[in-house]
Design a protein around this ligand. Structure first.
Ligand code: ADP
Ligand code: MG
Length: 403
């Protein structure tokens, strides 16, 4: 299948060529015809499957045909990074069309708030916003949504995790009933289904959500004690000589500690977490993309959606709380059929969580030997015997015979 097979404007086809998109990804193949047909949709697919183009291309098509004078499309995304990234992709796709857009997100100065307000008053075709910031504008009363045609929720599961349910429902309540609503999510917990029931009408469902990491990722893990983790990272960074390494931690505190420790070891390292304001985060990401910084330590805020190409090595300093997050974290490497390595450090407390991950992805991940100078690591706690026992009891009891 080719992009030309959809009834897309030549200006859009042209921009796809310029961006090097040769053929649609599976979710694009399925979603684009349905969206061009103005139907609501629930799209469930993991990170890196091309959801952004799947929803942007039909929207750009509709706008290019109708040349609306009012806000036509509202895209809500969980983080500033993602809002910005969607806007950047949009600029590419809409390059040869007159479609206008603005990204609206928090953490900036008064001048940008005024600029956002102006764009909202003028009626930019596409608004891409974080929920909180959009509500601030909404509360000031000048946002006219009465002509809105498309409402898009990107990374809905993430937004609910971040506590945006009420905000999203508030925003939805201000929109015309006659509209197309799209919901994209990497996972489909019951909360998402509840929300979908409230704001979508007879949606088509697309599921590409087998939680499997990209094919090209080589995955490995080490059982370590906490005090062996930094020396192990030092060893890995020195041994692997990769120019681009992303280290994930669950907490802001450990992000800062590891950054400090690696700085002391003279690595070129920076970090990104929620304490940084927008311009600081952008600066860090830019430095990392340009290879001015080789090692980036981050909380999960960058693990979803943010596209940094060619990360050669991902290190999970700890085991992510959700098994799905593991897939998101390691999805940062080996994008678009390249190869990469993902290494997870497992302390004794995390072994249980890691087994859950192995279950989710359907295979066990090989455990490496710690380098000798680090001393012995913890033993792998074998799987608890209980399940076997239970089976034994059950089969012995069997169904009671009613005699
Ligand atoms: P998702 O939102 O599902 O995580 P994105 O839309 O951010 O994924 O896409 C991931 C990466 O793949 C981006 O760099 C994007 O430019 C690229 N991409 C998406 N669709 C295609 C395609 N059809 N051909 C080539 N690259 C694509
Ligand atoms: Mg996305």
């Amino acid at each position: 299948m080719k992009f030309e097979d959809f009834a897309l404007d030549t200006s859009i086809i042209q921009s796809l060529e310029a961006m090097g998109f040769e053929k649609p990804t599976p979710i694009q193949e399925q979603a684009i015809p349905i969206l061009l047909d103005h139907r609501d949709i629930i799209g469930c697919a993991q990170t890196g499957t091309g959801k952004t183009a799947a929803y942007l291309l039909p929207v750009i098509q509709h706008i290019a045909q109708e040349s609306p004078q009012h806000i036509n499309t509202l895209i809500i995304a969980p983080t500033r990074e993602l809002a910005l990234q969607i806007d950047q992709q949009l600029e590419g796709f809409a390059y040869f069309t007159p479609v206008s857009s603005i990204a609206i997100y928090g953490g900036r100065d008064g001048a940008s708030f005024e600029r956002e307000k102006k764009a909202l008053l003028k009626g930019a075709d596409i608004i891409i916003a974080t929920p909180g910031k959009f509500i601030q504008h909404l509360n000031l009363g000048y946002v006219d949504l009465s002509h809105l045609k498309h409402f898009i929720l990107d990374e809905a599961d993430r937004m609910l995790d971040m506590g945006f349910f009420e905000d999203i429902m508030r925003i939805a309540s201000k929109l015309p009933k006659q509209r197309q609503t799209l919901l994209f999510s990497a996972t489909m917990p019951p909360k998402i289904r509840t929300m979908a029931k409230k704001i979508l009408i007879d949606p088509a469902q697309i599921n590409i959500a087998i939680s499997k990491p990209a094919e090209g990722v080589f995955q490995a893990a080490f059982n370590t004690f906490d005090n062996q983790k930094v020396p192990l990272i030092e060893h890995l960074l020195t041994a692997k000589q990769v120019s681009s390494v992303l280290i994930f931690c669950s907490t802001k505190r450990s992000v800062k500690q590891i950054q400090q420790a690696l700085e002391d070891l003279k690595f070129s390292v920076s970090s990104i977490h929620s304490d940084l304001d927008q311009s600081e985060r952008e600066k860090v990401l830019l430095g990392f993309r340009n290879r001015q910084i080789n090692v980036l330590v981050a909380t999960d805020i960058v693990s979803r959606g943010i596209d940094i190409e060619d990360i050669g090595l991902i290190i999970n300093y700890d085991v992510p709380r959700d098994a799905e997050d593991y897939v998101h974290r390691i999805g940062r490497t080996a994008r678009a059929e390249s190869t990469g390595t993902a290494i997870t450090l497992i302390n004794p407390d995390d072994q249980y969580k890691f087994r859950k991950i192995e279950k989710l992805i359907g295979r066990s991940i090989s455990k490496g030997q710690l380098p000798e100078q680090l001393g012995p690591g913890p033993r792998s706690k074998s799987n608890p015997q209980r399940p076997q026992k239970d089976n034994f009891h059950r089969s012995k009891k069997g169904p009671k015979k009613r005699s």
